[in-house]
Design a protein around this ligand. Structure first.
Ligand SMILES: Clc1ccc(Cc2nnn[n-]2)cc1
Ligand SMILES: [Zn+2]
Length: 263
């Protein structure tokens, strides 16, 4: 689907940190979430996710992360509620991680780094008919961020981990079906921070309502090690580079307020 093919490829070099000057550029992501500066908003509602595992289609290595893509031609896998006024369609999820467990997440909480971060990317299907349109619009996208910590093995993740060796190289794709992304959400999805930001890779468009979960999920050391066995490089390239540190540096808050759904 378009939601991840042409929008995550350009300039996907591992050390990519992207153009410094971005059009407008006053609502870029990721950021550090300073807990004591976040503002509780009692109007924020619980998240309502309704994902259909049958819309899961494929998993692929795009040379920057690995993406699990969903059929977003109908409203079968959706997100609403939370800070959102409209219904958003799931198009894909992917992760960002480090070369060690000491870092890897894109967002931080009071400067605390996590070894990895999950992003579930959705687009506003009430207002737009294609991802490509939504990605350019102010309230076009909603991305749920979930921090990963190293601990007990995540049973639901294992099906995905087992598929990774089949997509080691950039541009490899395999069929991947019947995966319910809800299994990757923390048990508590009522507590989150939300702010207006951007995509963290080109086109860096400032079209994202970020919803960062307060509660993390746990994955095992070995499961995370398999993420690091992926390669940035395609099979033809002589020098193989392991896919690690695929996160963007933090961006200035520029006066934005981060709201919290909890006190
Ligand atoms: Cl469609 C798309 C574009 C960029 C990214 C990378 C990203 N942006 N925000 N979080 N991750 C993921 C999906
Ligand atoms: Zn991401």
């Amino acid at each position: 689907t378009a939601c991840s093919s042409k929008y995550v490829l350009s300039q996907m070099h591992p050390m990519w940190q992207g153009p410094l000057a971005v059009p407008g550029g006053d609502r870029q992501s990721p950021i550090d979430i300073v807990v004591r500066k976040s503002v509780f908003d009692s109007e924020l509602k619980p998240l309502v996710t309704d994902y259909d595992p049958d819309t899961c289609q494929q998993i692929w290595n795009n040379g920057y992360s690995f993406l699990v893509e969903y059929d977003d031609t109908t409203d079968k896998s959706t997100l609403k509620g939370g800070p959102l006024q409209d219904k958003f369609r799931l198009c894909q999820f992917h992760f960002h991680w480090g070369e060690s467990n000491a870092w890897g997440s894109e967002h931080t909480v009071d400067r605390r780094l996590f070894p990895a971060e999950l992003h579930l990317v959705h687009w506003n299907s009430d207002k737009y008919s294609l991802f490509e349109e939504a990605v350019m619009e102010d309230n076009g996208l909603a991305v749920i961020g979930v921090f990963l910590k190293v601990g007990k093995r995540h049973e639901g993740l294992q099906k995905l981990v087992d598929a990774l060796p089949t997509i080691r190289h950039k541009d490899s794709v395999v069929e991947f079906t019947r995966f319910d992304p809800a299994c990757l959400l923390p048990t508590n999805t009522d507590d989150y921070w939300t702010y207006h930001g951007s995509l963290t890779t080109p086109p860096l468009t400032e079209s994202v309502s970020w919803i960062v979960m307060k509660q993390h999920i746990e994955v095992s050391h070995d499961q995370l090690a398999v993420f690091r066995s992926l390669l940035f490089t395609s099979a033809e390239e002589e020098v193989q580079k392991s896919m690690v540190n695929n996160f963007r540096v933090q961006q200035p808050l520029r006066g934005r307020t981060v709201r919290s759904s909890f006190t």
